[in-house]
Write a protein that binds this ligand. Structure first.
Ligand SMILES: *Cc1c(COP(=O)(O)O)cnc(C)c1O
Length: 226
């Protein structure tokens, strides 16, 4: 089932790219394996999936030793500062940076571990009460501060769009973040290389791709309901 789902999601990505004149190579599919067992990840790997997303530090720590080093882990969930040290040597990217204090902690731990951690700033574009992330108008100032920190490189932005029935209702969210990224790109800030937009989940990744997503985070659509 996981293999068939993956094939379908990949086809949908290709179609969304075609529709919007983009190349499928521009889009990375992150298979969100949270709450799913290692066996499910192995099944996805047998269909050539190597990029996985998790939203809890503990789950990354549990799964990391059970899987080959070729797996790329992406931290996509809210991250507490005291847990940064456990994942800084394990993940390829942290998508969910939502405060200067967290960025500083990542910086400290990355320097300690001798790595440069690619990060995305999480933006709560729709300004939902229930969600983490910066409001769009806060991001530029924050970006300037975070850019000064050693051991990290800001690669772009991430958003979690509202839960909606019709994914078209989220098109404006993705478009707004894309436009913002374009505006930031031309500023050429040291330590900032805006090239990734992590947006779109099972319900809305096709619309997100049409609006410029370079990373989509799909869980249910691959692994089934949680
Ligand atoms: C769970 C999760 C996803 C995947 O959600 P689905 O609707 O199952 O595709 C994507 N992004 C984040 C941050 C998540 O926590």
């Amino acid at each position: 089932m996981i293999q068939e789902n993956l094939a379908q999601v990949r086809q949908n990505i290709v179609n969304a790219c075609k529709k919007s004149g983009r190349s499928p190579e521009e889009v990375t599919l992150i298979a969100v394996s949270k709450t799913k067992p290692v066996e499910a990840i192995y099944e996805a790997m047998s269909a050539e999936q190597t990029v996985f997303g998790e939203n809890k530090v503990q789950e990354i720590m549990d799964k990391y030793p059970a899987l080959p080093k070729s797996v790329q882990w992406h931290m996509i969930g809210h991250l507490q500062r005291n847990k940064v040290k456990y994942i800084v040597d394990k993940v390829k990217m942290i998508h969910s940076v939502d405060s200067l204090r967290l960025a500083k902690q990542i910086s400290t731990e990355a320097v300690k571990a001798g790595v440069t951690m690619p990060i995305l700033l999480e933006v709560n574009v729709a300004e939902e009460e229930s969600k983490f992330g910066y409001r769009l108008e806060e991001v530029e100032n924050e970006l300037m501060e975070i850019a000064k920190l050693p051991g990290i490189v800001v690669k772009g932005f991430m958003t979690i769009a509202p839960f909606v029935e019709d994914p078209e209702e989220n098109r404006w969210v993705f478009r707004k973040l894309y436009q913002f990224a374009v505006d930031m790109k031309v500023k050429t800030i040291d330590n900032v290389i805006i090239e990734e937009l992590s947006m779109g989940m099972t319900n809305d990744y096709e619309v997100a791709i049409e609006e410029g997503a370079t990373m989509v985070r799909v869980g249910t659509g691959i692994f089934g309901s949680r």
